[in-house]
Write a protein that binds this ligand. Structure first.
Ligand code: HEM
Length: 408
C-alpha cells in the first residue's frame, strides 16, 4: 500500500479520499494523515468493518485540534467499551425519545414562524445565520438551559464557530477554541448551580439528565465534561443550519421541487431531508485507530493506523446511488434505508455504537423546517455567490443563501 502526504486533505477537501481511491481503483487506499498511517475505506462492508469494536478504537484517536474545537475533551466520541456504553445511554435516553423529539420540533417550528415575520420586514436575510439562531434558541431552551432572547445571536455564532473551525489551522480554528472555552465555562457553571440546588433543571430535560448522570465508575461527570456533553447536544443541533442552507441552495438550483416541498406531503419532506444529507458535503469522514493489525478486503492495515470511513465518497458511490451527483429526493420514496448504506451521521445501531444519536432529531427538524422555508414568500436573488467549495471543510454555500422577501 503506497503512503502519501495527508496534507492533500487540506487542499483537496472532500475529494481527497474519493480521488485517492479512484486513482487506485479500490475501496481502500492508504495515506499519511498528520504523520500517521491512515487507510480510507468506503462502502457498506467498510462501514460494517469500521463499527466492529475489535477493529477500531476511539480513545487516543481523535486529534487534539478536533477535540479542542468540535467535540470537547472527555466527550462520548472518545470513549470505548463499557465507558462508552454507559455515557451513550445518557444521550439515547434524552435524544431518541419520540415525544421529546416532537416537542423540540414543535418549538423550533413556532420560533421559525415568529422569526419569519421579522424577516419579512427586512430587505434581505441570510438563511444560514437566521436558521442557526432559530435552532440554537429552540434547542437550548428545550434542553432546559436558561437563555434570554438577546443572548441567542451570540450563542448561535459561538456554536457555529465550533463546527466551522475544526478542520483548519487559521483564524477560524482559533475562533472555535475561544467559543468553546466561553461556552464550556458558562454551562459548567449552570451544572454546578443545578447540583447545588441553586437552580432547578426542568424534570426530564437534557440539563437534568446530564447534571445527574453517573458514568461507568459510578461518579458524577466533572462539571467541565458535563458542559462538553451539553454542548454535544446543542452544538450539532444548531449545525442543522448547514442543512437548511443546503436546502435553500437546492431550492435555488432545482426550483421544480419547491411546490411539492411546500405542500403537506410528509413523506416527501422526509425524503428531502435524506437527499440533502446524502447529496451535500458535511462531515467528511469518521473513524478511529486500529488496535491490532487488520485485514480489509485482502489488504493489510498496520496496527495503530487510522481507519477512516469516507462519508462523502460513500454517499456518492454509484453502486449504492443511481446517478449519485443528481439531486433527486424521490430516490428515497419507498426506499428501505439500510443500516450501513446512508452514512452522513454514521452507520449501524446508535444505541450501542458511535453512530450519531441525533439523527432522528436532524431528520425531523429538516423535514419540518425545509417545508416552512419553501412556503415563505421570498426569492433567492441571482446576484449572490451560491458556489460550494469542496476544498472548504465544512463546506457551505459561499453567500450563506440570501433570501429576499417578495411580499413587502
Ligand atoms: C456523532 C454527524 C446532528 C449528537 C456523530 C457522528 C457523525 C455525526 C458523523 C460520528 C459517528 C461515528 O463516529 O461513528 C452529524 C451531522 C449532524 C448531526 C452531520 C447534522 C447536523 C446531531 C444532533 C445531535 C448529535 C442533532 C444531538 C442532538 C451526536 C453525538 C455523537 C454524534 C452525541 C457522538 C456519539 C458517540 O460517540 O457515541 N454525529 N450529527 N448529532 N452526534 Fe451527530
Amino acid at each position: 500500500m503506497r503512503l502519501e502526504n495527508g496534507l492533500a486533505l487540506l487542499t483537496k477537501g472532500y475529494a481527497w479520499m474519493p480521488d485517492l481511491r479512484r486513482a487506485r481503483g479500490l475501496r481502500a487506499a492508504g495515506t499519511l494523515l498528520g504523520g500517521l498511517p491512515a487507510v480510507g475505506i468506503e462502502g457498506p462492508e467498510a462501514a460494517r468493518f469500521l463499527y466492529d469494536e475489535d477493529h477500531v478504537h476511539r480513545s487516543h484517536a481523535i486529534p487534539e485540534p478536533v477535540q479542542g474545537t468540535l467535540f470537547g475533551k472527555g466527550a462520548v466520541h472518545t470513549l470505548d467499551g463499557e465507558a462508552h456504553r454507559v455515557r451513550k445511554a445518557m444521550f439515547v435516553s434524552v435524544l431518541m425519545d419520540p415525544a421529546a423529539i416532537e416537542a423540540l420540533v414543535r418549538r423550533a417550528c413556532a420560533d421559525w414562524d415568529t422569526a419569519a415575520r421579522d424577516w419579512e420586514t427586512r430587505p434581505e436575510v441570510v438563511l444560514f445565520d437566521e436558521s442557526a439562531q432559530v435552532i440554537a434558541g429552540a434547542v437550548t431552551r428545550w434542553a432546559g438551559v436558561p437563555l434570554a432572547q438577546d443572548e441567542v445571536p451570540a450563542l448561535a455564532r459561538d456554536l457555529l464557530a465550533m463546527v466551522d473551525g475544526f478542520a483548519t489551522g487559521g483564524p477560524r480554528h482559533w475562533r472555535a477554541r475561544r467559543a468553546r472555552g466561553r461556552r464550556e465555562e458558562w454551562l459548567a457553571r449552570i451544572v454546578g448551580q443545578v447540583r447545588a440546588g441553586e437552580d432547578v433543571a426542568p424534570p426530564g430535560s437534557v440539563l437534568q439528565v446530564v447534571a445527574g448522570h453517573r458514568d461507568a465508575d459510578g461518579g458524577l461527570l466533572d462539571p467541565r465534561v458535563a458542559a462538553v456533553e451539553l454542548l454535544n447536544v446543542i452544538r450539532p443541533t444548531t449545525a442543522v443550519a448547514w442543512f437548511m442552507a443546503f436546502s435553500g441552495h437546492a431550492l435555488a438550483r432545482w426550483p421544480e421541487h419547491r411546490s411539492r416541498l411546500a405542500g403537506t406531503d410528509a413523506v416527501f419532506a422526509e425524503a428531502w431531508a435524506h437527499e440533502v444529507r446524502r447529496f451535500y458535503p458535511f462531515a467528511p469522514f469518521i473513524g478511529g485507530r486500529a488496535p491490532q493489525r487488520l485485514e480489509f478486503e485482502g489488504r493489510t492495515i498496520p496496527r495503530n493506523s487510522m481507519v477512516l470511513l469516507d462519508i462523502y465518497g460513500q454517499n456518492h458511490d454509484p453502486d449504492l446511488w443511481e446517478d449519485p451527483y443528481a439531486f433527486r429526493p424521490e430516490r428515497f420514496l419507498g426506499r428501505e434505508i439500510g443500516e450501513f448504506d446512508l452514512v452522513p451521521q454514521g452507520g449501524g445501531d446508535p444505541r450501542t455504537n458511535h453512530r450519531c444519536p441525533g439523527e432522528q432529531i436532524t431528520v425531523a427538524l429538516l423535514a419540518a423546517l425545509a417545508p416552512q422555508l419553501a412556503r415563505m414568500p421570498f426569492e433567492i436573488p441571482a446576484d449572490q455567490d451560491l458556489s460550494i467549495s469542496l476544498r472548504r471543510i465544512p463546506a457551505r454555500p459561499a453567500s450563506g443563501v440570501v433570501l429576499r422577501p417578495t411580499r413587502r
